[in-house]
Design a protein around this ligand. Sequence first.
Ligand code: UDX
Length: 441
Amino acid sequence: TVEHVKITVIGCGYLGATHAACMAALGFEVLGIEIDPTRRSALERGVLPFFEPGLPELLVEQVESGRLRFSADIAEAAAFGDVHFVCVGTPQRADGHGADLTYVEAAVTSLAAHLTGPALVVGKSTVPVGTAERLQEILQSQSPAGDQVELAWNPEFLREGFAVKDTLEPDRLVFGVRSERAEATLREVYSTAIDGGCPVVVTDFPTAELVKVAANSFLATKISFINAMAELCDVTGANVVTLADAIGYDERIGRKFLNAGLGFGGGCLPKDIRAFTARAEELGVKDALRFLHEIDRINLRRRKRVIKIARKELGGRLPGKRIAILGAAFKPNSDDIRDSPALEVAHTLHELGVHVTVHDVEAIEPARTKYPDLSYADTIEEACAEADLVMHLTEWLEYRAVDPAKLGEVVAGKRMIDGRNCLDIDAYREAGWTIRSLGRP
Ligand code: UDX
């Protein structure tokens, strides 16, 4: 039964904190390893440095149940756990090419030194294909327990905003394993999801590693594909939303991830496609992923495009104009501003001499920390007061609920750019606005 397996989670950032809380919720005894003492005590109180619905409550509940605790001590982790999940970050390298594996390697090396008996170390971080093989060598050569310790690769597909649900009820589980014992252990750890019908893909290390980056590359490709279609729609007068609906009815295509607009951002998709391209180059198959470079370019072009439209709407000159930006997070229901298209557009406009005022439902504080020079507003009305132009750049439900007639009373010019193609064009027109979209006439 699950109570017998003891779990550690090494690195309690977004992924690790979620995984630790969810494993405890499933009934396991869990030890989370987090070296930062401030972060550790915050986790114990359910205080998170990011916005994730349901996670703070779950953390508090599991800490109170006694099943979940945190420590900084990797030796304690080695002594405690049967299964060790490695959830440390793999940021983009400073040179912009490839992933920085310093944290993953340090975690595995320091854990290995303390493992004196059988254990399964499970990699979850997103890594370049080939990393698991190397980590397995480090693990077995540096652990006193030798080949009694084993590595498995078990990529994570959680979406921000749905992290708890995605962890407890995954679409699929992928186990990259080298032995039946490793597979059996992972099946035990995930028995709740598996009994609930979750498909399990059991495979080798490189396939397991590739699944993650292939999935994210496919999603990025879908978004850039429809954004490329939006460019075509803009010059032909066609409507990209209708186009997406129509092609999406084909089950082979599917409607999801075909929302054209300002494009993708966040901590995963942009970083992952760049790291994947860099890895392909190292492996001598650069041509195979050349298209991902184009996917990235289409995506970044969206940010330029929206600024071009803004300039045009404001009579060809931007300096001195007042623009209200609705949205700073890279997507709604998140306070994450990493590679946020909305915030980058806001910052670029500011650099171009525009008086920019930014509103967001959750991400104002992180945005202010990153770009203290921009103006921020607590309410939508305050952000839009006296604005010559309003730009809707992150599709929070709150923005869709705005009454165009009321908003029209506070602005200086009733001009709206819908960078996410989801505002009600007719309602804005009826209220006297000019509204421009990215791919809708
Ligand atoms: C993504 C993957 O979905 C997840 O499986 C993986 O584990 C991590 O990366 P996340 O970064 O949380 O998750 O965001 P996601 O919901 O995938 O959105 C990514 C970006 O694409 C956002 O900026 C979003 O605004 C944009 N997007 C999404 C579009 O522009 N159009 C769409 O149709 C869908």
